[in-house]
Ligand binder design. Structure first.
Ligand SMILES: Nc1ncnc2c1ncn2[C@@H]1O[C@H](COP(=O)(O)OP(=O)(O)OP(=O)(O)O)[C@@H](O)[C@H]1O
Ligand SMILES: [Mg+2]
Length: 258
């Protein structure tokens, strides 16, 4: 029997008086693109933060490929095989595109920080291999020609693609993308869609937070919709789009429309 790539159950998270997530669970099969939708403030990014070890949940169980994992530290989550991008881009602005991807790769290296400080022969060989792999990843996401540019000089859309390259550098089984299309124009979105398709076809599983309905409909196998931290619908994009609770959540008072 195929194990789910990711199975998260019963996740709750409270911030003071605000219940940001209430008993949320998702199951993603290998090779799926899974969408996490919901109006502003619904709890989508909080869910990412919990499953990648940035926030400690009040409750919840986590499995990756059938093995339990504890999202207690960001590094452990990366080693377990989960990588993510951030809604608010988190690049090293003054480092080059190549260096930003190399930093992502260090999670996977053997000589680690000690080797980097003492610049052992093993470290230097590994460093060359990491640089070569980083260049491959920049080419893969379509920004190879900007390898030596400082991250801050790249266009917004290219910075988002650089974030994806950095996440891929950890060789994740599952990559979680928090609004990768935000701020992109229509042409950039088409390119992004092709990239996400390629990542899936190369054997990775994808969890996607996205507001663009066209992108979600075209890419996602299944979606979950959150509203005020509660899961109000789960199914194929077509099923969810005609769900009354979903229509209400997006059109109801108090929510900003996208
Ligand atoms: N660290 C925190 N401390 C306090 N409240 C928080 C924290 N992080 C998130 N929240 C609150 O939790 C709720 C869910 O926020 P979250 O960022 O997860 O929403 P979202 O679905 O990602 O929204 P958006 O589409 O705007 O990105 C919001 O009301 C937010 O203000
Ligand atoms: Mg968010």
């Amino acid at each position: 029997m195929t194990q789910p790539q990711l199975k998260v159950a019963g996740v709750s998270k409270r911030f003071g008086g605000l219940q940001a997530l209430s008993d949320v669970g998702i199951t993603i099969m290998p090779g799926q693109v899974y969408g996490l939708l919901g109006p502003n403030g619904a709890g989508k990014t909080t869910f990412f933060n919990v499953m990648t070890g940035l926030y400690t949940p009040d409750s919840g169980t986590f499995e990756l490929g059938g093995e339990p994992y504890k999202p207690t530290a960001v590094h452990d989550v990366a080693r377990a095989g989960i990588a993510r991008t951030f809604q608010n881009i988190r690049l090293f602005a003054e480092m080059t595109a190549l260096e930003n991807v190399m930093v992502g790769r260090h999670v996977r290296t053997r000589s680690g920080l000690g080797g980097a400080i003492f610049r052992t022969p093993g470290f230097k060989a590994e460093e060359a291999a990491i640089a070569a792999r980083a260049q491959e990843l920049l080419d893969y996401v379509g920004i190879g020609r900007y390898a030596e540019y400082k991250a801050r000089t790249l266009s917004y859309g290219d910075q988002r693609r650089l974030e994806i390259a950095r996440a891929l550098a950890t060789d994740p089984k599952l990559i979680a993308l928090d609004e990768p299309a935000a701020g992109m124009n229509a042409t950039e979105k088409v390119v992004l869609r092709e990239l996400i398709d390629r990542i899936r076809n190369d054997g990775r599983t994808i969890l996607l937070i996205e507001h663009d309905v066209k992108l979600v409909m075209g890419l996602c196998d299944r979606v979950t919709v959150l509203d005020y931290g509660k899961q109000i619908a789960e199914g194929t994009p077509a099923e969810v789009q005609r769900n009354d609770k979903v229509i209400e959540a997006y059109l109801g008072a108090g929510h900003q429309a996208h």
